[in-house]
Design a protein around this ligand. Structure first.
Ligand code: ATP
Ligand code: MG
Length: 260
């Protein structure tokens, strides 16, 4: 594994019954890189993220993170190691405020016992205050200060996606996996989303895997792009190479205006 590689995937395959959702995928994410995965509906993009984040076990192949084989490790352990994600189908708790939602990201680190919590020792309230302050920092950083106390799942989609990004960041990841952050967001909000991701990437020195159907999001952010179709990689390259690739245009980009 090269020194500046943070995730290396080798010959990863995932079968669901008769469907080969991911077919012998190999790829790498370098430190501080933004890598895109594009392809038509059902191409296997989300399944790749589900395999990296431990939601599914692989049928075969391996995922190496910082020289450690993480294939088949449970999701919370993968989060703990430094890989965080957002969900294509927004996955927020019912009736929890934005602040409470972000605070849950810290709960797995809680060092106090249930008994201590019940008797409300000063150390507990100090701890709670500390995670509250940290959570407020992320809320502010993603531009949600105005809705801190509102129910997260009642917000417009664009803001819910920011809640998910803040919750992921609160786990202090080295790698961030973003599954369609641009979905359900209108054209005028896309620019802000791209700038948010770009800013977080630089400021936090994050390595990012980004899935999106919105080509302007992908092309503006990614250093390298994998193009998936029916579980297989049909092309990979820089945004410039992908936009010109005849195989990609035929299989996926079709009538879309790539210069847009
Ligand atoms: N839990 C599952 N059980 C059975 N089949 C699944 C499961 N998850 C995904 N699949 C199948 O695997 C294939 C790849 O799905 P996946 O969600 O990874 O595609 P995708 O590229 O993310 O598509 P989209 O752009 O629509 O989000 C599809 O045929 C899908 O129906
Ligand atoms: Mg998907």
């Amino acid at each position: 594994m090269e020194n500046n590689t943070i995730i290396e995937i080798k010959n990863l395959t995932k079968n669901f019954g008769g469907i080969c959702a991911v077919n012998n995928f190999s790829g790498e994410l370098k430190k501080s890189q933004i890598v895109g995965i594009i392809g038509p509906n059902g191409a296997g993009k989300t399944t790749i993220l589900n395999l990296i984040s431990g939601v599914y076990g692989a049928s075969s192949g391996s995922i190496i993170f910082n020289d450690k084989d993480i294939t088949g490790i449970e999701p919370h352990k993968i989060t703990h190691l430094g890989i965080a994600r957002t969900f294509q189908n927004i996955n927020l708790f019912q009736n929890m405020s934005v602040l409470e939602t972000i605070m849950t990201a810290y709960s797995w680190r809680a060092s106090y016992s249930v008994l201590e919590a019940l008797v409300s020792w000063p150390s507990v309230s100090r701890y709670e205050n500390d995670i509250r302050q940290k959570s407020l920092y992320w809320i502010e950083r993603v531009g949600l200060s105005d809705v801190t106390d509102q129910a997260a799942n009642s917000l417009p989609y664009g803001l819910q996606r920011r809640v998910e990004i803040a919750r992921a960041l609160a786990t202090e990841p080295k790698v961030l996996l973003l599954d369609e952050p641009g979905a359900g967001i209108n054209h005028s909000e896309i620019h802000d989303l791209v700038e948010l991701i770009r800013g977080l990437h630089q400021e936090l020195n994050l390595s990012i895997v980004l899935i999106d159907h919105k080509m302007d999001v992908i092309m503006r952010l990614c250093d390298w792009i994998y193009v998936q179709d029916f579980g297989k990689t049909i092309a990979q390259g820089t945004p410039e190479q992908i936009q010109k690739d005849p195989i990609v245009i035929k299989a996926y980009l079709g009538e879309e205006d790539l210069d847009a």
